[in-house]
Design a protein around this ligand. Sequence first.
Ligand code: PEP
Ligand code: MN
Length: 234
Amino acid sequence: GPCAVEDPDQMDEVAAHLAGRGVRILRAGAFKPRTSPDAFQGLGEPGLAMLAEAARRHGMAAVTEVTDIRWIDACARHADMLQVGARNMSNFELLRAVGAAGRPVLLKRGLAATLDEFLHAAEYVFRAGCTRLVLCERGIRTFSRDTRFTLDISAVPLLKMRARLPVVVDVSHAAGRRDILAPLARAALAAGADGVMVEVHPRPHLARSDGAQQLDLPQFDAFADALAPWIPGP
Ligand code: PEP
Ligand code: MN
């Protein structure tokens, strides 16, 4: 799904398209952790309702990021799964509270977290009562400037070996650009990833966040075609 929930039409358009391609999980942010306080911060609670409605209408599960303990109840009411983002992977009180919310959790690796640190963070969520936990490799900070982050493919088999949990790879935030997403996703799946996260927006040039990395709908179709050998059809 898109980086952020922006309006009902955007959500319905993207959900309809993705559901038609067999995608089962719709992810979009209503509470956005942004590097700059001047950047779009998300629609908040009204955005949660737009996400939930689009997912419901097209038979998909909804995932959204929880950036603060204050938003857990609202997010858990509207979404089927709660995401903890990279910037909050070490927010241990948030991990505990999200783990106790009764929803499956998508935990993203911190920007500079070792796998030990990542797995300890997962343990916080698990011990709070959440056994339905998915780990997400989303790239780490390195000296490379050609991509936004550096996708750590090694993390995929290592996490699979060390934690008996599903591992997914977010290629969009790793790359920060849309032109290399298909090869990165193929690499992730070849390395054993259970799923791929990719940002898709009906009009990326108008997106209020992460415009440079989001695929438009025809680009998503080409991406999905490139992964066809690995993913189930509609
Ligand atoms: C996101 O998935 O919306 C996001 C902000 O990613 P990350 O936390 O990995 O930077
Ligand atoms: Mn994004």
